[in-house]
Ligand binder design. Structure first.
Ligand SMILES: C[S@@+](CC[C@H](N)C(=O)[O-])C[C@H]1O[C@@H](n2cnc3c(N)ncnc32)[C@H](O)[C@@H]1O
Length: 309
């Protein structure tokens, strides 16, 4: 097996933990400064460069691919950048839960996945809803900067801009950034790329998401009678099987919570404590504190309550 232990530092990696909601710059960067975001930083060439060019600003990158995050961690360490933090997180969750309105100075996204097949188009990132969300997080007059290799994707974004509070200007540019994906397309012969500069002209009011996660206590529970009801609607909650271990007096159940086009798997436990039976997120897992996640915990609490009648 390839030895992978030699990455320099995890200092710039932000684990997805509840205390990050909302993001406290002083805690996370050790200072409060102008904050810029890169969505899908890939192997980090661009993020490392813009951060090194602007040491007075803070930069937070979202990426979902673990291997690319590791490569970027190495770059951030090798270039001794202390104004960059990286998160393994869907950027849309990040915009919804980490930042208040009018708190970001610029959002960058180079070569977002274009999902060229019609049946995959639903996965494209810059829907009108996501554009409005990003608008709300940007300070007035700030820019969402996108470059894509895929002309139909650029045209699709242009169609989505109306009503999102942005003014968009478009240009065709040559290869400029030297990122992994730009090199890939350049090496394949592509010489024109599509630059979209979306300037915030009108604020969109999209409240910061997140709710206080409640836990529930009961004097007793009859596990043989616990019936978990799935929930359907704009928010869906779908439960797996509840597993109860009588030796340690603890049960866990997996719930898939879908809301606002995004979903998360959460583990919920029913555990015996000195205060009685507690229904709460299972230890060792991260639950984004969404209304849907809270609803899932409440449904388990209802089922525990129902087992007693
Ligand atoms: C085509 S690659 C481009 C990477 C890099 N910007 C470059 O130019 O080499 C798109 C990247 O965006 C990431 N990505 C896609 N959707 C994302 C999302 N919703 N949040 C965070 N990262 C995302 C993917 O994992 C992938 O690494």
């Amino acid at each position: 097996m390839k030895n992978n232990y030699a990455y320099g530092s995890l200092a710039s990696f932000l684990p997805l933990e509840e205390h990050l909601f909302p993001l406290d710059q002083n805690k996370v960067f050790g200072r409060s400064a102008v904050l810029e975001i890169e969505i899908g930083f890939g192997t980090g060439e661009y993020l490392a460069r813009i951060a090194s060019d602007a040491p007075d600003k803070n930069f937070l990158g979202f990426e979902q691919c673990a291997k690319r995050i590791l490569k970027t961690l190495r770059k951030v360490h090798d270039t001794k950048l202390n104004n960059v933090r990286l998160m393994r997180m869907d950027a849309v969750w990040g915009f919804r839960y980490l930042f208040p309105q009018r708190s970001l100075s610029r959002v960058h996204c180079l070569f977002p996945c274009p999902w060229p097949k019609k049946r995959h188009a639903k996965h494209r990132l810059f829907t009108p809803g996501v554009l409005r969300l990003i608008n709300s997080r940007l300070v007035d007059g700030a820019v969402l900067y996108i470059v894509t290799d895929h002309q139909p994707y650029a045209a699709w974004i242009a169609e989505n801009v109306a009503g999102t509070g942005f003014y968009m200007s478009a240009a065709v540019i040559p290869a400029t950034f030297g990122t992994k994906f730009e090199r890939k397309w350049s090496d394949a012969g592509q010489s024109e790329f599509y630059e979209l500069t979306l300037t915030k002209t009108e604020h969109q009011d999209v409240a910061q998401g997140g709710c206080q996660m409640r836990t529930y206590f009961f004097d007793d529970v009859n596990f043989s009678k616990v019936r978990l009801e799935n929930m359907w609607g704009p928010t869906t909650v779908k439960f797996g099987e509840l597993l109860y271990d009588p030796l340690i007096k603890r049960a866990i159940v997996d719930a898939v919570v879908s809301e606002d086009d995004r979903s998360q798997h959460i583990w919920i436990m029913v555990v015996h404590t000195s205060k009685g039976w507690c229904v709460c997120p299972a230890g060792g897992t991260v639950v984004l504190p969404t209304e849907g996640a809270q609803k899932a915990i409440e449904l388990v609490a209802d089922a525990v309550k129902g087992s007693l009648v």
